[in-house]
Write a protein that binds this ligand. Structure first.
Ligand code: NI
Length: 408
């Protein structure tokens, strides 16, 4: 890309951390990635650009993992100290962009509509900052593919590359918050995302003789209605939960009762207990309602990502890091319950960590929904994310080393 970058604005709070040339190169990278987005598991050109950008900052200890994944190792002061990881996701979405940005997508039907162009770039920025001012121990900077389809993190974990990692940090741009605001709180931050497929088996007949059938459509309607009671009557009302039926299909003609019907949907919960209850009760309810209507039904649950629940200890590290970069006033509460999913949760099944929301609305800007054709993240978030994540790695590295010393 040859666009001249002459409008690079580094937020005042972190301006001292980036030279003019570094800032320009990071923005160039971001705009290049935004202009050439790639879907989950197809991030080949993206990875090549990331490798080149890292190399341009002198970072060459880079391993390719999990297909289109990448892990850069930044040496710490003590190579035997506990290892910390940072994660940036890199994939785009099948959406046609309508932002009108000068660097809008040139890949038809593909768009960085979730800000992962910024995430990939701030991960490079964090690597650059850590290479210049190392953490106590080594830091692995993970460039993760396929977050949008929910299986990139699992592939990175399965590669074994993070086996020795003792803490992991990541974040997501969020236009509900202004550039410079950070959510780094303990507790629930994202919901679990499980998918269900229900198939109902009845017996068909002429539409004029329903008594000769076991009608799967009527049973399906009863099941959809009954599923609404999972959240309203099974789940503690103080607990958030969602059961949404997103597809339903049956039949071929207006005067034929078919012999089967299908539906699918999603289950969201913010705690492991609520997730377990909703998934378990769903299957029980489907079978019971099916039996009452003289049909049989199968329920297939596809385990998605778990909820993100930031542990106190890790949220404290992230908060301390964010406050040391931006001041205490930068820390803001999420202020709502996020029922969206985020596969960073998969790392947190085996590695303690903290996931943050990083403000990405320019002053005076408006909230734009992620995954919409008009979405973009304010560029200043790139520098905030890079600086805060690098600081998370430094604080975590020191904290873990001190703990190891104390318990030795
Ligand atoms: Ni995203």
């Amino acid at each position: 890309m040859t666009t001249t970058i002459d409008d690079v604005a580094v937020p005042a709070g972190v301006a001292g951390r980036f030279s003019r040339d570094e800032a320009r190169r990071l923005v160039e990278l971001r705009r290049d990635l935004h202009m050439h987005p790639e879907l989950s598991w197809q991030e080949k050109a993206t990875v090549e650009k990331l490798v080149a950008a890292l190399a341009s900052f002198g970072i060459t200890d880079v391993a390719r993992v999990a297909g289109t994944g990448l892990i850069a190792r930044i040496a710490g002061e003590d190579r035997s100290a506990p290892v910390v990881a940072l994660r940036g996701d890199i994939d785009a979405l099948p959406i046609t962009e309508s932002t009108g940005l000068s660097f809008a997508s040139t890949n038809a039907g593909v768009m960085h509509a979730c800000g992962h162009d910024i995430h990939a770039s701030w991960a490079v920025g964090a690597a650059m900052l850590l290479a210049a001012a190392p953490a106590h121990g080594d830091v692995l900077v993970v460039f993760q593919p396929a977050e949008e389809v929910g299986d990139g993190a699992r592939a990175i974990v399965a590669s074994g590359a993070l086996a020795n990692v003792r803490a992991i940090f990541g974040g997501h741009v969020d236009r509900r918050f202004e550039v410079g605001q950070i959510v780094a709180q303990a507790g629930e931050l994202a919901a679990s995302t499980d998918t269900f497929d229900i198939e109902i088996f009845g017996s068909g007949s002429h539409g004029a003789r329903p008594h000769e059938s076991a009608d799967p459509i009527v049973a399906a309607a009863a099941i959809v209605t009954a599923l609404q009671t999972l959240v309203s009557r099974r789940l503690d009302p103080a607990q958030p939960g969602v059961v949404t039926v997103g597809t339903i299909s049956a039949g071929t003609a207006s005067n034929i009762i078919p012999d089967r019907a299908k539906m699918s949907g999603t289950i969201r919960a913010t705690t492991v207990a609520a997730r377990t209850l909703l998934t378990r009760e769903l299957a029980v309810l489907v079978s019971a309602v099916a039996a009452a209507y003289g049909v049989t039904a199968t329920t297939t649950l596809s385990g998605g990502t778990p909820p993100i629940v930031n542990p106190e200890r890790m949220a404290a590290i992230a908060s301390r890091a964010a406050a040391s970069v931006l001041g205490e006033a930068a820390l803001v509460p999420l202020g709502t319950t996020n029922m969206g999913g985020e596969d960073f949760a998969v790392y947190m099944e085996s590695i303690p960590g903290c996931f943050m929301r990083i403000g990405a609305r320019e002053p005076g800007g408006r909230v734009i929904a992620a995954h919409s054709p008009g979405y973009y993240a304010a560029e200043g978030a790139l520098f905030i994310g890079a600086a805060v994540l690098a600081e998370c790695a430094r604080v975590a590295s020191e904290t873990l080393a001190a703990q190891a010393l104390a318990s030795a």
